[in-house]
Design a protein around this ligand. Structure first.
Ligand SMILES: CC(C)(COP(=O)(O)OP(=O)(O)OC[C@H]1O[C@@H](n2cnc3c(N)ncnc32)[C@H](O)[C@@H]1OP(=O)(O)O)[C@@H](O)C(=O)NCCC(=O)NCCS
Length: 144
């Protein structure tokens, strides 16, 4: 498996397939193409099997300015639970550290909270709903 930086457009098929369940709606994010954003793709035999987007975005909960949000994390259904997501997170944290990022947060789907906990993210606050997507928790990881 190879992890590399990809263009936003290359994330769209998996966003639609995994995160929007085939509904080609709301799969483009504000900030997808700003200079500070980067997108990672996990590739196997030239096929993109996992994606993750990292966007410089402050959060009201923290005063830090070097703050990034993880978004649009998805792994192909038949390859979930085989280490692809973990490899994407590790690579993102390596790049974010190089960018002097101090804190990473995400709106984690309730079903994915256990995954982020394994990646040493901590849950902050209470469960909240994102319309049409479902229950989420804010989760955070502090870079040393
Ligand atoms: C959540 C997701 C990105 C995780 O990626 P993945 O490749 O399946 O995860 P990995 O195989 O790298 O798992 C790493 C560890 O987390 C665990 N894990 C994975 N998904 C989990 C989940 N949903 N709940 C609890 N633990 C989970 C794995 O068992 C593994 O544990 P181990 O290190 O003890 O073996 C992926 O399953 C996915 O795309 N899910 C559907 C879309 C989604 O929910 N995206 C996140 C939106 S916030």
């Amino acid at each position: 498996m190879e992890i590399k930086i990809i263009k936003s457009v290359e994330t769209y098929p998996l966003r639609i397939e995994i995160l929007r369940k085939g509904i080609a709606k709301d799969f483009q994010f504000v900030g997808d193409d700003v200079a500070t954003t980067f997108h990672l793709g996990a590739f196997m035999h030239d096929e993109c099997i996992g994606i993750l987007s990292c966007m410089k975005k402050e959060h009201a909960l923290w005063n830090e300015t070097h703050v990034y949000q993880l978004r649009g994390m998805a792994v192909k259904s038949d390859l979930q639970n085989s280490g692809v997501g973990k490899a994407l997170i590790i690579e993102s944290l390596k790049i974010l550290k190089e960018r002097d990022c101090k804190l990473v947060w995400c709106n984690a789907r309730e079903t994915a909270v256990g995954f982020y906990e394994k990646m040493n993210f901590k849950t902050i606050g209470s469960r909240f709903q994102i319309p049409k997507v479902g229950p989420h928790f804010v989760m955070v990881f502090t870079l040393e």
